[in-house]
Design a protein. Structure first.
Length: 130
C-alpha cells in the first residue's frame, strides 16, 4: 500500500509540474498548446522518475543504464498515450480548456504507468502490499 501511495504522490506531483509548466509556457511564450505540452511532459517525467526511484520503488535490480532505458520507454509510451488522448480531446472538442484535457489524459495514462514502472522497470514491485 505504501508503494501505491508514493506512486500517487509521484503522479500528483508530475501532474502539477505538467499542468503548471503548460500554464506558464502558454502564458509566457509563443508556444501553442501542442508544443508547450511536449515540454511540460518532459519536465514532469524527470520529476516523477526522481520520486519513483527514491521513494516509491527504490532502485531496480538492473544497472542504472538499463533502469533508465526501461523507465524512459515506459515514460515515453505513457507520454505518447497521454499526448494522444490530450490532442484527440482538443481536436474533437475545440472549446475544451487545455488544462481540462491535461487532467483527463493524465488520468487515463496513470494505469499504464503503474503497471509498466512497477513490473517492467522496478521488477514486480506492485505485487507487494508494503
Amino acid at each position: 500500500m505504501r508503494k501505491l501511495l508514493w506512486f500517487a504522490v509521484a503522479g500528483g506531483t508530475g501532474f502539477l509540474v505538467d499542468a503548471g509548466m503548460l500554464a506558464i509556457l502558454l502564458s509566457l511564450t509563443p508556444l501553442g498548446p501542442f508544443a508547450a505540452r511536449i515540454v511540460a511532459i518532459a519536465v514532469a517525467m524527470a520529476a516523477t522518475w526522481m520520486i519513483n526511484r527514491s521513494l516509491t520503488f527504490g532502485r531496480s535490480r538492473h544497472s542504472l543504464a538499463t533502469e533508465g532505458a526501461r523507465y524512459g520507454s515506459i515514460g515515453l509510451s505513457s507520454a505518447l498515450l497521454n499526448y494522444g488522448i490530450y490532442s484527440g480531446l482538443l481536436l474533437a472538442v475545440p472549446e475544451l480548456p487545455p488544462l481540462v484535457a491535461v487532467a483527463l489524459s493524465s488520468g487515463l495514462a496513470t494505469a499504464w504507468s503503474w503497471f509498466g514502472y512497477s513490473r517492467f522497470v522496478f521488477g514486480g514491485a506492485a505485487a507487494t502490499t508494503e
